[in-house]
Design a protein around this ligand. Structure first.
Ligand SMILES: [Zn+2]
Ligand SMILES: [Zn+2]
Length: 263
């Protein structure tokens, strides 16, 4: 008796379901959101009251939504890496390596990306694309790029009442991110405290085998046109950092085409 009832119960549900689901159709529709989208085939359920429920959304709208999500994800990665908006969409392909030193710089950053090289010092005038190359690395290696000025300011602020992080927390973060670029080395006053935290960060990264790129508009003292001046790169950091960089980093003095033409 119970079985009979049970069977009837399921029969009823089955009938109910099939009578609902059976009323579907495929129609060709136009996108309601964007008149430029192509017509598409949509699966539609015709409900008992005659209303229709669309099961298929416009494929072009779907693709747009995916692209938008992808763009937003990229932008948030760039912001996290402190990359400037002008470099958000840049890739190595966008870098115009016109001179031998620019080609060498491009090769070197690619080696950092692939993990074969840990340290680069990029020297040279403005407009040679140093910041762009380092920004691409910072974004794609989930690292950070900061100018000396920005780090100095963050550290100075760490001693104010409103500070969220201590100096040690700031330098430890910079010492442990997967990749670090420090731009405009030599633009700040190069005080002892600055040399100290810079040594600390670079030393920790060296010990941990974490890659970094240093960028400066200065030059090596051996290439100094003045036989030693305030733009000599060696002035900006401690002697021990310099001697270590001499041993195991690639130092590239980039000369751009425009720069050369002007000389
Ligand atoms: Zn659409
Ligand atoms: Zn000099």
């Amino acid at each position: 008796m119970e079985n009979q009832n049970g069977k009837r119960f399921f029969d009823n549900i089955f009938q109910e379901l099939t009578s609902r689901v059976i009323n579907t159709k495929t129609v060709t529709v136009k996108c309601t959101k964007n008149p430029e989208h192509k017509e598409y085939e949509a699966e539609v359920i015709v409900n008992e009251d005659g209303s229709e429920t669309f099961l298929t959304v416009c494929p072009e709208c779907l693709r747009d939504a995916e692209l938008k999500a992808e763009r937003e994800r990229k932008i948030s990665e760039c912001k996290k890496a402190n990359v400037e908006p002008e470099f958000y969409n840049k890739t190595f392909e966008d870098y115009k390596a016109e001179t031998d030193s620019q080609k060498a710089a491009l090769e070197a950053v690619k080696e950092v990306y692939s993990g074969n090289l840990k340290k680069i010092v990029l020297l040279g005038s403005y407009g040679t694309g140093k910041t762009m190359l380092a920004s691409i690395l910072a974004r794609d290696m989930k690292g950070k790029i900061y100018s000396m000025y920005e780090i100095s300011t963050m550290i100075r602020q760490s001693y104010t009442v409103k500070a969220e992080k201590t100096e040690l927390e700031i330098v430890n973060e910079l010492a442990s991110v997967p990749f670090l670029a420090i731009d405009e080395v030599g633009r700040t006053n190069g005080s002892n405290s600055e040399k100290n935290w810079l040594s600390y960060i670079l030393d920790k990264r060296h010990v941990r085998g974490l890659p970094f790129v240093l960028i400066s508009n200065g030059h090596l003292s051996r290439n100094c046109p003045n036989g030693g001046c305030e733009k000599c790169f060696e002035n900006y950091m401690d002697g021990d950092v310099i001697s270590r960089l001499r041993q195991d980093s690639k130092v590239i003095d980039i000369v751009g085409k425009d720069y050369r033409a002007k000389k």
